[in-house]
Design a protein around this ligand. Structure first.
Ligand code: SF4
Length: 360
């Protein structure tokens, strides 16, 4: 469950596209997405992963389609999932056409790598016939040679020109059901490129930092890059790409939106760093509360504070919280004191109250 907050972030107006049962762009909520890392031909494993992603809060799943069997698998995968499916295609236009034929709700291509206008046209015709959008997905590793030469390398302007050239190609084929993404592993470059892109177009934008690394480093890079772009009101759908379980990506997507005050979902823990004033084992308590809250999808702020200096104030501003004292804690709910509990019972009693709130 996601709640929409009044936020300081003003979204840049974009057109709206429909992807399966959801809308991307305009005033619609920023869509959280991820990509499976199973073999797409393994329908059972792919469906299981998409279901896990959906449970975590993913709203659009992308699958890689490196072969015809993967395109065919889309048909069976689609029957067993509840969120829209995007097919990710590189180089072979026939895989794009087959993916569309077998039920993809959206395809992601880089038109410049499909092998010529006649092939792009065939893909566009298939997308038109099935009324599905195309994401023009540009990565910094696949910029056309002439553009690379013109700018002397990969720059924001080069990436922008590459994307807009592909968009123009589709528009020349009378196709406008478009979403655009430009990704790089370079955070400042991706930020600058998306800012420029947003000035040039009102197509909805998918944003992401690519090849960010493992969960530890990748989540920081993503938060810096995507957080900055989103803070400027840019981005209609996004993915946090991590070398790890894709389900983890959803957690970080939600935390980025929570931190910016754009959308609240799941439990947001507000806890202090602890200091000499802390008289309980707050680090263990906060981590245990976070662990026990992992499966909660309702948007709740939970404060776990170390002392009477900032503790009661923060705890009272959160939906629920605990402010610690010397060997005890005071549980607050919506600003009101509920009860005083011993350190040994802080987690149990706080979780009892949190679970009562989410099941109410
Ligand atoms: Fe220290 Fe209290 Fe601040 Fe926690 S809330 S860091 S215990 S002063």
């Amino acid at each position: 469950m996601l709640a929409y907050m009044s936020s300081m972030v003003a979204r840049k107006p974009t057109r709206v596209i429909s992807v399966g049962g959801i809308k991307i762009g305009g005033d619609n909520p920023i869509v959280i997405q991820s990509m499976t890392n199973t073999d797409t031909r393994d329908v059972k494993a792919t469906v299981a992963q998409i279901k896990a992603l959906t449970k975590a809060g993913c709203e659009l799943a992308r699958v890689a389609v490196p072969c015809i069997e993967s395109a065919k698998a889309i048909f069976d995968i689609k029957k067993q999932i509840t969120i829209p499916l995007e097919a990710d295609i590189h180089f072979d236009y026939r895989l794009a056409i087959e993916s569309i034929k077998y039920g993809a709700d959206k395809i992601r291509i880089n038109p410049a790598t499909l092998g010529g206008l006649d092939k792009i046209k065939k893909v566009v015709e298939a997308a038109k016939e099935h009324k599905i959008p195309i994401r023009v997905g540009i990565n910094s590793g696949a910029v056309e040679k002439d553009i690379f030469k013109k700018y002397g390398g990969i720059t924001a302007e080069a990436l922008l020109e590459s994307a807009m050239r592909s968009v123009k190609t589709l528009e020349n084929m009378d196709f406008y059901d478009i979403c655009i993404s430009i990704k790089s592993s370079n955070v400042p470059l991706t930020i600058k490129t998306n800012m420029l892109l947003s000035e040039q177009t009102d197509y909805p934008l998918h944003i992401g930092i690519t090849e960010t690394g493992t969960i530890k480093s990748g989540s920081i890079k993503s938060a810096m890059g995507l957080g900055t772009i989103l803070y400027h009101g840019i981005g209609d759908t996004f993915r946090v790409s991590l070398t790890g379980d894709p389900v983890e990506e959803i957690y970080y997507c939600k935390q980025i939106l929570n931190a910016l005050g754009i959308r609240r979902s799941g439990v947001e823990i507000i806890s202090c760093p602890t200091c000499a004033r802390t008289k309980v084992d707050l680090i263990s308590i906060a981590n245990e509360v976070e662990r026990q809250c992992e499966d909660i999808i309702q948007p709740i702020q939970v404060a776990v504070m170390g002392c009477a200096v900032n503790g009661p104030g923060e705890a009272q501003q959160a939906d629920i919280g605990i402010a610690s004292g010397d060997g005890h804690g005071v549980i607050f709910k919506h600003g009101k004191v509920l009860k005083k509990v011993s350190e040994a019972k802080m987690v149990t009693e706080l979780m009892k109250e949190i679970n009562a709130m989410v099941s109410a």
